[in-house]
Design a protein around this ligand. Structure first.
Ligand SMILES: Nc1ncnc2c1ncn2[C@@H]1O[C@H](COP(=O)(O)OP(=O)(O)OP(=O)(O)O)[C@@H](O)[C@H]1O
Ligand SMILES: [Mg+2]
Length: 335
């Protein structure tokens, strides 16, 4: 890991988002105290916690691989942390039942972890972690093994609990929708460092690097050179005006990134519209995504809301398209 500088406010939910192997779990283990970093400091409430064990740091952690105690029943697993935290015995039973209900595992209290599915183990791990009312909640892909409906239930439940009790939470995920929907802020990671920390809409609308732009959401990337305007002369010819906030040296090799939903069909050839031929039609429910081949240029994806009356545009049709606005074009230096 290098150049990690992340300041998380009390009660905030921050997602660490990035591809497999980028260091999300490692960073979480450093924060929790399961790995000791070789450089730098971890602070909770302005005090350095580097010398403290995970228990002393008051963190609750759900590991990527669940890590339940195999010889204990589900109920005993959830009770374990409460006993360690010296909860009075008469309150433990009630708390365990409450937590298991929360994750829809009430009827499995006497099972052993090996008698559960992966998603069930994951839910028990979540219940065990939440039971102790941790000051900081660290979740490493806590919903990874759940099907879509259960995953959504658990996401809503965790977010509700987190809001209600104001637990500062770090959620590791490689699922961008999960990060966009749950987090107050997202830290996008790549190769052991943080590329950008912003709100979900900030990450999506104003990515600071091409990596962030391509990793979160879908985008079209076109090569060209930066010219006065400001604009970009695309490799296949046309000139594309870009937002006035874009500033590069004249002639600098750049890439322009435009999201599919930021492209618009135009009724006729017009200034600045690209001619293209539709090659693939993907009706995705509420939206239709068209793959189009630009005349003399690369292929682009363009999305539009599906019009139930109007039907789909046919494969082979010639169309004209342009960005919704110059501001919809993000420009990055070409590597
Ligand atoms: N104990 C270790 N010793 C050496 N290298 C390790 C160790 N643990 C992990 N790594 C390496 O560090 C990098 C980051 O691993 P990490 O587990 O943090 O990734 P991740 O972002 O959580 O990925 P995933 O989404 O697959 O869980 C990987 O390249 C991994 O091989
Ligand atoms: Mg991991």
């Amino acid at each position: 890991m290098r150049d990690i500088n992340l300041d998380i406010a009390g009660g905030e939910l921050v997602a660490l988002l990035g591809p497999s192997g980028c260091g999300k779990s490692t960073l979480l283990r450093i924060i929790s105290g399961f790995i000791r970093q070789t450089e730098g400091r971890v602070l909770f409430d302005d005090s350095v916690v580097d010398a403290l064990s995970p228990a002393e740091r008051g963190v609750g952690i759900v590991f990527q691989n669940y890590a339940l105690f195999p010889h204990m029943s589900v109920g005993e697993n959830v009770a374990y942390g409460l006993q360690a935290h010296k909860w009075p015995r008469e309150r433990i039973g009630k708390r365990v039942a409450e937590m298991l209900d929360l994750v829809h595992m009430g009827e499995f209290a006497s099972r052993k972890p090996r008698e559960l599915s992966g998603g069930q183990q994951q839910r028990v791990a979540l219940a065990r972690c939440l039971a102790i009312d941790p000051k900081v909640l660290l979740l490493d892909e806590p919903f990874g093994a759940l099907d879509k409906n259960l995953r959504l239930d658990m996401q809503i439940e965790v977010k509700r609990l987190q809001r209600q009790s104001g637990i500062t939470t770090i959620l590791v995920t490689h699922d961008q929708e999960e990060a966009l929907s749950m987090a107050d802020r997202i830290a996008v990671m790549s190769r052991g460092h943080i590329e950008q920390v912003s709100t979900p809409t900030g990450i999506y609308d104003t990515p600071q690097t091409l990596f962030v732009n391509e990793f979160v959401g879908t985008t079209n990337v076109l090569r060209g050179e930066f010219i006065e305007g400001p604009a970009v002369r695309l490799e296949h010819g046309p000139i594309l005006p870009v937002g006035p906030d874009k500033a590069f040296q004249q002639g600098r090799a750049v890439v322009v990134s435009i999201r599919p939903e930021q492209l618009r069909f135009r009724p006729a050839p017009s200034d600045g519209a690209f001619a293209a031929v539709i090659t693939t039609v993907l009706p995705l429910g509420a939206q239709v995504v068209y793959d189009v081949a630009l005349t003399g240029g690369p292929s682009l994806k363009i999305a539009e809301p599906r019009d139930a009356e109007g039907g789909l545009r046919p494969v082979g049709a010639t169309v004209y398209l342009a960005p919704a606005s110059p501001a919809a074009c993000n420009v990055f230096p070409a590597s």
